[in-house]
Design a protein. Structure first.
Lengths: 184, 184
DNA sequence: ACTAACATGTAAGTAGTTACATGATTCT
DNA sequence: AGAATCATGTAACTACTTACATGTTAGT
């Protein structure tokens, strides 16, 4: 089974706060984390079955009049421990999507330990700063190596988007660290 | 043929500035736009063949001593017109990745018309502002609907990431609009 | 009368990643 | 001596999207 799939942790995390049907789950996740984590029915329904088979979630059928049955999924103790394991597992600084990974973990922050959350946001901040530096350096290199290239102004524009995004991310990390302090 | 694949336009665009081998291409795109557009050999080599078959690119084999032959791809007139078509095609404001789409188009901005580029960045800015508003509203709704929910602080943190990213994007659009003015 | 929401699910397709195979050459 | 670069390619896999099928009920 691929319980390694990060989306299955997103589902598991959502189930940790509230028992849900696939329909509920998709709507909830779409609304709350849809801006950085996509989910579709084509994923949710099969993954819920996988989670249930792996005993990380339990199912109860709720029959309804005139409507198809609703399957209510609940997280099991094994599921909670699997979720916590994931939340506390080390970050891979090589991951191209470290930002999305950390944000997803933070969304389920209620189930992780305060010092772990803080450490991971700090790691993300360092990663973002590193990226900002890299992009700044890449911009300088572009200017020198392609001085008279008619593409240069456009290439610089996209390079600047990298720098801007990285700086914005680092700033958000700062704000988040402050917010997290208030929760101890 | 799926010449609709956006990555194939990324390749076509890169070929518009410089004839390249698959190896070159991957290195170049990875370095320049890797932060928002991923490419791998598993995509590049097959897509180059598709482009060549569709007559959007031509190939020349360059035999080398001791090394595997190098295939040099050049964009054809048909390819250039296909590229321009794409660059000038209307943006889909429903696209969840409008930012990446516009950035990619801008990277190849040399091949599009100035007023089109500007219009698309303006559209992106409006899109970003709309998102910022949506996230701000969603944050307020969260506070009211989940007042005593222990998940609330964490949910607010991820919501704030959406707002922050959207605002940063809108700011970058402003800077970019200024930069584009200087190119007329 | 119609539209949206409720509710499940799957089949087919698209996109992309990872890992392997091959092997000389140039740099450290 | 060993690592990195040059250079191509594919097979298997993973992840995800889109579109369809089905049908009621509640709201406008």
């Amino acid at each position: 089974m691929q319980t390694k799939n990060t989306t299955s942790f997103a589902i598991l995390g959502a189930l940790a706060s509230r028992a849900s049907s696939g329909y509920d789950l998709k709507k909830f996740l779409e609304q709350q984390i849809g801006h950085f984590w996509k989910i579709s029915y084509g994923q949710v329904y099969p993954l819920l079955k996988v989670l249930a088979q792996a005993n990380l979630a339990s199912v109860k059928e709720q029959t309804q009049k005139g409507r198809p049955p609703r399957y209510l999924y609940k997280i099991t103790p094994a599921g909670k421990s699997e979720l916590r394991n994931w939340l506390h597992s080390p970050l891979d600084p090589e991951s191209p999507n470290l930002d999305r990974e950390v944000m997803l973990r933070l969304f389920f922050g209620r189930f992780s330990e305060a010092n772990m959350r803080t450490r991971q946001v700090e790691q993300l901040k360092a990663w973002a700063q590193g990226r900002a530096d890299q992009h700044a350096a890449a911009g300088k290199a572009l200017k020198q190596q392609h001085e008279s290239n008619p593409d240069l102004p456009f290439w610089l524009i996209t390079a600047s988007s990298g720098t801007a995004a990285a700086i914005a991310l680092a700033d958000w990390c700062d704000q988040t660290l402050t917010a997290l302090k208030g929760l101890k």
